[in-house]
Design a protein around this ligand. Structure first.
Ligand code: SAH
Ligand code: SF4
Length: 382
């Protein structure tokens, strides 16, 4: 089997080239062709020696993921569903804004954490994505968008690991993928423009601080252990106090940064005045340990199996007001791509669930998706 070069960071590619008897600067050239120019065919890499191109042609390839569907929302959000084999699909979402382009990337097919409000969590865990499948989402989206928008410069300025899966439970594949994103010969994204979102895998947060201290978002969702354990089962293993201590250690390695606490607003569950006040005391208690933070309140994206409802806009405002009045920077996430379900595991859930009545309904819904036969044609949904 030939090697997929998307599975290598620059160091890995240098080692690979060394085995072919090639110098390091050749690996850099190759890496730049792949990631900066989006070229997959070795014959198009014109400044590589013919002898190297011949060697690569028999030993390697550059292959991204197979697109199942592509949807573009009226607000410009694009969602891709990729086939990762064995009936599993993952999703990637591009969110354009006036000053940035953000790509939301998946790290696993399914997720083992099983949060109550998360449709990916309800699917269960299928498998970890390979490094090349994580980077492949960025490779595909960046070069697709450049072609589509007729741009030569960078389209994606930010990456958030907020698609399907718990990135810190796929650490060994995640970190080299992050390195490619940050590498000046790769995508050249700055450390603060790449965000890892975690449900709180404390030992891995500590490792990430040492290995690759990118921006960190922590999915908090509750101010007390009782409630958090109910919503995020991993809290039983790593309770809030340990999580906070790990956040403070993280910031030692990411100076002048802050932690973003994500908080999914669930009607009547975690959105009451008392919860906001408890959060304020929690943050104040840990501020002296150096946990600088901001809050991002996420309106819940409902799905029937959860039995949960989205908080009203008024309740979200009241909640945000209490945090803001206490001096905590708080934003409410805009819902983007609502018309194409571009939030957290919804569409991929339809594809994975292929058994029984739910499966038949899912298949019907899946068939309604427009297949992408050519990447040059983006279908605009009304
Ligand atoms: N596993 C990681 C990253 C993926 S989830 C984590 O949990 O942080 C990315 C974010 O989406 C998390 O903050 C998660 O809590 C949130 N989320 C999951 N399901 C959601 C839903 N149905 N509505 C709104 N936010 C959701
Ligand atoms: Fe997994 Fe994150 Fe969903 Fe929880 S919210 S089940 S950790 S993907």
């Amino acid at each position: 089997m030939t090697a997929n070069l998307l599975d290598y960071d620059l160091e890995g590619l240098a080692l690979y080239c060394d085995q072919l008897g090639e110098k390091r600067y050749r690996a850099i050239q190759l890496f730049r062709w792949i990631h900066q120019k989006g070229i997959a065919h070795f014959d198009d890499m014109t400044d590589l020696a013919k002898s190297l191109r011949d060697k690569l042609a028999v030993s390697a390839h550059v292959k991204s993921l197979e697109v199942i569907s592509q949807h573009i929302s009226s607000d410009g959000t694009i969602k891709w569903l990729f086939n990762v084999g064995a009936g599993n699909a993952i999703e990637t979402v591009f969110i354009p804004e006036s000053d940035r382009g953000t790509l939301c990337v998946s790290s696993q097919a399914g997720c083992a954490v099983g949060c109550r409000f998360c449709s990916t969590g309800h699917q269960g865990f299928s498998r970890n994505l390979k490094m090349g499948e994580i980077v492949g989402q960025l490779w595909f989206a960046e070069h697709f968008l450049r072609n589509h928008l007729h741009r030569n410069d960078r389209v994606i300025s930010n990456v958030v690991m907020m698609g399907m899966g718990e990135p810190l439970q796929n650490y060994d594949e995640l970190v080299p993928a992050l390195r490619v994103m940050l590498d000046d010969h790769g995508y050249g994204l700055s450390r603060r423009r790449v965000t890892v979102s975690t449900s709180g895998v404390v030992p891995m947060m500590d490792r990430l601080a040492l290995d690759c201290p990118v921006a960190l978002a922590v999915s908090l969702h509750a101010p007390s252990d009782d409630l958090r354990s109910n919503l995020v089962p991993l809290n039983r293993k790593y309770p809030i106090a340990e999580l906070m201590e790990s956040c403070s250690r993280y910031l030692v390695h990411a100076p002048r940064d802050f932690i973003t606490f994500e908080y999914c607003m669930l009607d009547g569950v975690n959105d009451q005045v008392q919860h906001a006040k408890q959060l304020v005391s929690l943050v104040q208690k840990h501020a002296s340990d150096g946990v600088w933070c901001k809050f991002n309140l996420i309106p819940f994206n409902p799905f029937s199996a959860s039995g949960l409802l989205r908080s009203s806009a008024e309740q979200v405002q009241v909640f945000a007001g209490i945090l803001t009045d206490a001096g905590i920077v708080t934003t409410v996430r805009k819902t983007r791509g609502d018309d194409i379900d571009a939030a957290c595991g919804q569409l991929a859930g339809d594809v994975k669930d292929r058994t029984g009545v739910a499966g038949r309904m899912a298949r019907q819904r899946t068939m309604m998706l427009k297949p992408v036969s050519s990447f040059n044609h983006v279908t605009k949904e009304s």
